[in-house]
Design a protein around this ligand. Structure first.
Ligand code: DQA
Length: 144
């Protein structure tokens, strides 16, 4: 079965405690449950990986097995700072869809810069938790 990695960066494990006007109020588990339901229907397997540690995220991406179709990645705060994560994404052969719950272009200036976007296949930002499901639909649409 085809597989997609859903990766989340720092503070995403406390999403339900973060500002609901920015992030929608759902927990990461809620989002993952929705994704799992849709993936099962579509015959796609998901792996979930969240870490607050840049190196752990880089390690997981760098050891991505060949049977993965791609990655849905919310790098969270590391979006704006991590050259290491960017280099890791750049080296992947499979598409990476960058997702953000909030619209990173309409917030503080420091969030307008994504080091990841130039090396991502595409980006969804500002649509709330739906972002992950839309990214998943894109992968489902590419299944043969
Ligand atoms: C975020 C946006 C980032 O700027 C922020 O640091 C996050 C979450 C989002 O999903 O909107 O932690 O990636």
């Amino acid at each position: 079965m085809k597989k997609v990695l859903v990766m989340n960066g720092p503070n995403m494990e406390i999403l339900h405690r973060r500002d609901p006007s920015l992030y929608g109020g759902l927990s990461l588990q809620d989002i993952q449950d929705r994704l799992s339901k849709r993936a099962t229907e579509a015959g796609l397997q998901l792996e979930f990986f969240q870490s607050n540690h840049e190196g752990a995220l880089v390690d997981r991406l760098n050891s991505l097995e060949d049977y993965f179709q791609g990655v849905i990645l919310n790098p969270a705060a590391l979006t704006h700072t991590s050259v290491a994560l960017r280099d890791s994404v750049e080296a992947l052969k499979v598409p990476v869809l960058e997702v953000h719950l909030s619209n990173i272009d309409s917030r503080e200036d420091f969030r307008r810069v994504s080091l990841i976007s130039p090396v991502a296949h595409g980006r969804i930002s500002g649509l709330g938790p739906e972002a992950y499901l839309l990214a998943l639909e894109w992968f489902i649409g590419r299944l043969d």
